[in-house]
Design a protein around this ligand. Structure first.
Ligand code: ATP
Ligand code: MG
Length: 426
């Protein structure tokens, strides 16, 4: 893609409204624009990253044996009456009326819709277990939308729902999902903790949250300094107790002492048990031919929140440092004097095509600006590798390779192997 052609409104300074680094950088890097409180448009550079994360999630969900569907965002009141959540949910549930004065809501989650589908389609234990997922827009009228897309009102979630015959089968799917989420976060090179959590409005007997460790996290988690153990401090604090007082106490798992960390919740897995299936009379025939209530689990990943969380964990004073697997582009060819020097233009074009043919996603900065502006923009956007074609190219056919993480080297433009080798370990 030619940089001169992209809708990329980069900003020198972040607008006043942005409090946290990820929000500032997403606005400055031209990734999103605000439409209303908690509601954003994703611009091309932002959408590229969002789609990369979505694809990683989709690949890992498919690999786990889950099946993708696409449910409606608009849901009828009647389904929500069945679980009593039409009343329980409060103002976070955005309610609307159609032209016939019928009540609907914008889906903040999809337990009701999927359970309705399953109870009318699955008849026998032989068809189970099933794990059904979607990647879809959710709407929650949050009390305090903030931090840009980190806590939006409209956001993208991967939500899945498993249907199992019994507790053991549910436990198996739950562990498969736990593993799948680990794979997703590992592919994104993010540092995370799995913490025991409060099940909140969704209900159910047990749940765990996946937290990206970052100073701007809204959650406070207690982690052991020697083991994997982590727990949301919500569960640990007794009435009137201060979070600080937990620091240094023995870890509840008996290993090491507690350290207090800030985390961004990016995933949440629940064992719901029979509550929803019971409320909605979702039964199947068991192996004795008797109607048996289904066991359910639900598993969510905040796809759009992950974009912000990845930035919170990977940035410096110059801008974003994308983990390679989710960078919007792999390589930026910075052509100095593209508009004036035919040799530079043609060498840049050729390199651009060659790299694209090899399967890389490449930007070519063909704009009139000088080196300073171009490298600053590239560092702000966070492209992993820059190839600079300028004076050294005219003098002796050399290009400078510069990684976002700080390494650089000079190479012959003909030496594409070394260029890509350099790229590999960054
Ligand atoms: P939170 O405690 O942050 O409000 P939640 O417990 O309400 O999250 P779930 O209902 O479990 O969240 O939703 C699954 C995932 O969706 C969360 O782990 C989070 O990553 C994401 N998510 C939830 N609310 C928002 C929001 N307002 N904006 C962006 N992502 C969100
Ligand atoms: Mg919430």
């Amino acid at each position: 893609m030619l940089l001169s052609k992209i809708l990329l409104p980069t900003l020198k300074d972040a607008p006043q409204e942005a409090e946290v680094i990820s929000h500032k950088l997403m606005l400055r890097a031209g990734m999103i624009r605000k439409v209303a409180s908690g509601i954003y448009t994703w611009l091309p550079m932002g959408l590229k990253v969002l789609r990369k994360i979505e694809n990683i999630v989709r690949e890992e969900m498919d690999a786990s044996g889950a099946q993708e569907v696409f449910m409606p965002m608009v849901q009828p009141r009647e389904l929500w009456e069945e679980t009593k959540r039409w009343d329980k949910m409060g103002p976070e549930l955005l309610r609307i009326k159609d032209r016939h004065d019928r009540d609907f809501c914008l889906g903040p989650t999809h337990e009701e819709v999927i359970t309705d589908v399953i109870r009318s389609t699955v008849k026998s234990y032989k068809e189970l277990p099933l794990n059904i997922y979607q990647i879809q827009t959710k709407f929650r009228d949050e009390v305090r939308p903030r931090y840009g897309i980190m806590r939006g009102r409209e956001f993208l979630m991967k939500d899945s729902y498993s249907f199992n015959m019994d507790e053991e089968s549910l436990q198996e799917t739950y562990l498969t999902m736990r593993d799948t989420y680990k794979k997703v976060l590992e592919r994104m090179d993010l540092e995370y903790k799995i913490s025991a959590a409060d099940s909140g409005a969704i209900g159910g007997d047990s749940s765990e949250e996946f937290h990206i460790l970052a100073d701007n996290g809204e959650d406070t988690i207690a982690v052991s300094d020697t083991s994997e153990f982590a727990i949301n401090t919500e569960l640990l604090l007794k009435d009137g107790e201060d979070i600080k007082s937990l620091e240094g106490k023995p870890s509840p798992d008996g290993k090491g002492t507690i350290q207090i960390k800030k985390g961004i919740e990016v995933g949440h897995i629940f064992k719901l048990g029979e509550i929803y299936a019971d409320a909605m009379k979702a039964n199947v025939l068991n192996n004795e031919g008797k109607a048996s209530t289904l066991f359910m689990g639900c598993y969510g990943i905040g796809v759009s929140r992950l974009v912000a969380a990845a930035i919170e964990q990977n940035n410096d004073e110059k801008g974003i440092i994308w983990p390679h697997s989710i960078a919007p582009y792999d390589i930026n060819i910075i052509a100095i004097g593209y508009d004036k020097n035919k040799e530079i233009a043609s060498a840049s074009n050729q390199l651009y095509l060659q790299l694209k043919e090899m399967g890389y996603e490449v930007l070519l900065d063909d704009r009139k600006d000088g080196y300073g502006t171009k490298i600053k923009d590239s560092e702000l956007i966070g492209i992993p590798l820059n190839i600079i074609i300028g004076k050294q190219f005219i003098e002796n056919k050399e290009v400078e390779l510069k990684s976002r993480s700080g390494e650089s080297s000079i190479n012959s433009i003909a030496d594409i192997e070394t260029i890509l080798e350099f790229f590999k370990d960054k």
